[in-house]
Design a protein around this ligand. Structure first.
Ligand code: NAD
Length: 358
């Protein structure tokens, strides 16, 4: 019996997470897996009912679980709170830190049937299959921050970008190992021409590469990588990069797959891994049955594979998603002319019906 903590969070998180949980329950039934789900409050609901976006009891439920499923956090209501109580800073970042989730893995695969849903040309995105490893608990988002009033008038704001050797080695090692099991090419992305932290990053990754002589390592500046991702994305196999660069590059790379709503993610490194779609709470479409639940459903597949080694269950979910798309069903974000438009709940139901038939 594995325990799964379920944190739906804000906005579309409340619509997509139930679809993923129902899908997981069906797969469990089919393969005789045994899961116990424990719901916990995070962000707006948690703040309103328990006084903090990440209450101690939610953290405890996550720490005691075997895996965590998170929807998304962030809501217009929470945006009015002081910075230290905003859910991104008060819930998401501490949750990652407390669970020791130093690596975020985002697999970026282009589905044949979605090739026209991307804003990029078919010949550019065909054959794209990239695994991005983003460092998740260091860098600019976690470094010391302050504001100062200047004597000369106005203010100045300071964010600090810190990385140490050990933090770089542990994420780079995961990326080298992953590359070894794939096409054996690793691109390390930095800004070593300008940033000292990037120079340490580059030196450290280069030194570690001696342990992986079978993996071809290249270094790329982040600005060039942003350009290469839309110019010739198929050149990439595994990418490893620091926190902020990874945040930005993975949103950009999501458009190769047609929509942010297609991109799952796994945050790993600690005892308990956390699975969540790569997108946010999408307040612009929340509560309208418009959200694409596939990123969250595909995140469940990653959970089955990485946390529980249930490869059969992971594969059946991925196969079902592939088949539903092939049959022409689309949520609004990936819709093309002449296909069948469906809402969040219908898309979840279609995936489950397909799993039942496979
Ligand atoms: P977002 O990812 O929520 O949305 C960006 C755009 O993509 C929107 O137009 C949205 O409608 C669309 N979109 C996202 N997911 C979709 C889905 N599943 N189906 C269809 N369309 C989808 O990013 P944002 O608008 O910049 O941020 C909204 C809130 O989410 C903010 O409060 C932000 O801080 C938060 N956020 C949270 C996370 C997280 O929980 N990990 C990540 C990013 C942003």
């Amino acid at each position: 019996m594995y325990k799964i903590a379920v944190l739906a969070g804000d906005g579309i998180g409340r619509e997509i997470v139930p679809e993923a949980v129902s899908t997981l329950q069906l797969v469990a039934q089919k393969f005789n897996y045994s899961f116990e789900f424990q719901e916990a409050l995070v962000s707006e609901d948690a703040y309103e009912k328990l006084g903090h976006p990440l209450p101690a009891e939610t953290l405890k439920i996550c720490q005691e679980a075997n895996a965590v499923l998170l929807g998304a956090v962030g809501s217009p209501k929470m945006d009015t709170l002081p910075a230290e109580l905003r859910p991104e800073r008060a819930a998401l970042l501490p949750l990652r830190k407390e669970l020791g989730l130093f690596a975020n893995l985002r697999p970026i695969r282009v589905y044949d049937s979605l090739i026209t849903a991307s804003t990029l040309k078919t010949e550019v995105i065909k054959d794209v299959d990239i695994a991005v490893f983003r460092e998740l608990t260091g860098g600019l988002y976690f470094g010391a921050k302050k504001r100062e009033v200047l004597e000369s008038g106005g203010e100045q704001a300071i964010d600090t970008l810190v990385y140490n050797t050990e933090e770089i080695i542990r994420i780079a090692r995961l990326a080298f190992e992953a590359a070894r099991g794939r096409r054996k090419r690793l691109t390390s992305v930095d800004k070593a021409n300008v940033l000292e932290s990037s120079r340490l990053w580059r030196e450290t990754v280069t030194a570690l590469s001696k342990e992986y002589p079978d993996v071809e390592l290249t270094h790329m500046y982040v600005d060039n990588c942003a350009m290469q991702l839309v110019r010739w994305p198929a050149q990439f196999d595994v990418i490893v990069t620091e926190n902020m660069f990874g945040d930005i590059l993975t949103d950009q790379a999501s458009m190769l797959t047609g929509s942010l709503g297609m991109l799952p993610s796994a945050s790993i490194g600690g005892k308990v891994a956390l699975y969540e779609p790569a997108h946010g709470s999408a307040p612009d479409i929340a509560g309208q049955n418009l959200a694409n639940p596939l990123a969250t459903i595909l995140s469940i597949a990653l959970m089955l594979r990485f946390s529980f080694k249930y490869n059969e269950g992971a594969k059946i979910i991925e196969k079902a998603v592939y088949k539903v798309l092939k049959e022409g069903y689309r949520t609004a974000d990936i819709m093309s002319e002449g296909l069948n438009k469906v809402g969040t709940t219908q898309m979840g139901e279609l995936v489950r019906q397909t799993i039942q038939k496979l």
